[in-house]
Design a protein around this ligand. Sequence first.
Ligand SMILES: Cc1cc2nc3c(=O)[nH]c(=O)nc-3n(C[C@H](O)[C@H](O)[C@H](O)COP(=O)(O)OP(=O)(O)OC[C@H]3O[C@@H](n4cnc5c(N)ncnc54)[C@H](O)[C@@H]3O)c2cc1C
Length: 234
Amino acid sequence: MSQQYDVVVIGAGPGGYVAAIRAAQLGFKTVCIEKWIGKDGKPSLGGTCLNVGCIPSKALLESSHKFEEASHDLELHGVNVGKPKLDVGAMLKRKDTIVGNLTGGIGGLFKTNGVTHLAGTGKLLSNKQVEFTDHDGKTEVLDATHVIIATGSVPVNIPPAPRATSKHWPKHITDRSSITRPMSSAKITLRPIFIRLWKISALFMSASTAQASAPAQKPTAAARVHTHWTSSKT
Ligand SMILES: Cc1cc2nc3c(=O)[nH]c(=O)nc-3n(C[C@H](O)[C@H](O)[C@H](O)COP(=O)(O)OP(=O)(O)OC[C@H]3O[C@@H](n4cnc5c(N)ncnc54)[C@H](O)[C@@H]3O)c2cc1C
């Protein structure tokens, strides 16, 4: 027999988890289905924003600001800390801890508000039924009075402006592989997200250029933009 819910939410990004919590607070029997698997191989809530987007990029950006401050600004205050060195591992660990705390926090909010969390994939059927498939492939059908689809979005390919493939852009853009390599100017758009990532990438480029002490090497485009930004204090 299928399970009956007042509200079935598919997706636990900022759209879905807030809707699920609010529905439960209003007294609806609510379930939220989420398929995301975190870096640790475990189901994770929070969607793009908490796992790989807003939160990790801001965590890394804050680290890049600290590095910049230690490199230049502190000296102006008469605080001399010497030449700072980047520890990429520690920086990424801090970012992962923040992500873990926040995604775990949503699990806590689900519990306290009485939202059932199902880890796996939801598929809308006819007649307000949702098929749930867990990560082991086991399926069950849920009956819903209301269904909220909060599955986020993925880029589509527009032939005149083909989207970046994994060759150009790794899946998780706040991971080591993407932040420690220079971004080509062709990949830059005016979106704030890319500007933020560009700034983080620029930090690595300027730091690694300095650490390799290769004066003949031309600074990367990212390092030049970083210099421009830090001098204009945006
Ligand atoms: C690097 C980066 C930085 C960003 N910074 C900001 C920022 O500073 N401020 C800001 O406002 N926005 C920012 N964004 C955008 C923000 O992340 C998105 O707008 C937001 O995550 C959208 O929320 P959502 O709930 O609609 O979708 P998502 O967060 O994408 O969540 C959708 C969820 O649905 C799940 N899902 C999809 N299909 C199924 C299915 N069939 N079954 C079960 N689960 C499913 C997905 O696994 C996912 O977890 C950033 C994005 C990126 C990539």
